[in-house]
Design a protein. Sequence first.
Length: 368
Amino acid sequence: MPLFPPATCPRLIVKIGSALLVDPDGSVWREWLEGIAAGIAERVRAGQQVAVVSSGAIALGARRLSLGKGGRASLEDAQAAAAVGQIALSQVWAEVLGANGLTAAQMLVTLDDLEDRRRYLNAAATLDRLLTLGVVPILNENDSVATEEIRFGDNDRLAARVGQAAGAGGVVLLSDVDGLYDRNPALPGAQHIARVERIDSAIEGMADRGSASGMGSGGMVSKIAAARIANAAGAHLAIASGRVDRPLSADARHTLFVAEKSAPARKAWLAGGLTAKGQIHVDAGAARALAKGNSLLAAGATRVEGKFARGDLIVVLGPDGTQIARGLSEYPSEDAIRITGKRSEEHAEILGYAPRAALIHRSHMALL
């Protein structure tokens, strides 16, 4: 059975990597893409709403501009290639979907569009309206304006964030690999992992950072990070091979990352955040308290890193350095440092003002 059938997954996000869309010379694999469009049309006719996160703009633009290294020799080259290639990419999607009676829409987003809560909600509303109208949104990072410091950098995590914003039940990452292996699949004895119930340090240790094609920007590390984001929002995520004809219709080999239960929308957004401004390290007692659903108190903090304001997103690290939560700080970093490790009754004297209940309140925190 194909992945995420319409009967059990009303909304689906499909991410397509550059290596599947664009050949080494920088031309579109047109016949393969027509098969994808036909598969999307089948699903839409069966009642499923589908959005596509499509790579390929930089690779297409680089060919047209005769830029070396696939247009990635410099940030300026990548931005110029993206600006030229995005027009070609949108045109080919409009053509192949139109041939199947579907209307395509283009949505270009930046990291800030999905990290800022208000802009995230605006993007989610637009996406929802397009899908309910039967349109197939084609999304990509707005690489022509993104910078090295403020960008997703790969469309795997973008697809997971889009899935979260759309309230999708499933996310498929079509790639030049057919899933997760216990080591680099090029090595002898590598074993394919068909199903992942929980992403832990052992699963993360299997990731290979390379991009096999050299055209894309994401490797297995980015795909596992995407699975974390999708799963936190209650969406299952599959890494599947696109090296087959009509992969959305075939039972392609894949790895399925299983979501447990969906978190409330705001906490799912917090858990999927990528631009934390700082870190708070906590002791074992605080880590246990957080796991029970309690707020983070200053007494359990051992160290504060970074510079942040009240309301900024920060990461909570356990005694072993593992990320255990993300949340919005109740204090600016300079005040958080002053009360780190101190009991609540000491805070007013240290700060000179009435203290707040916690460093991070449980209502503004998501466990990882």
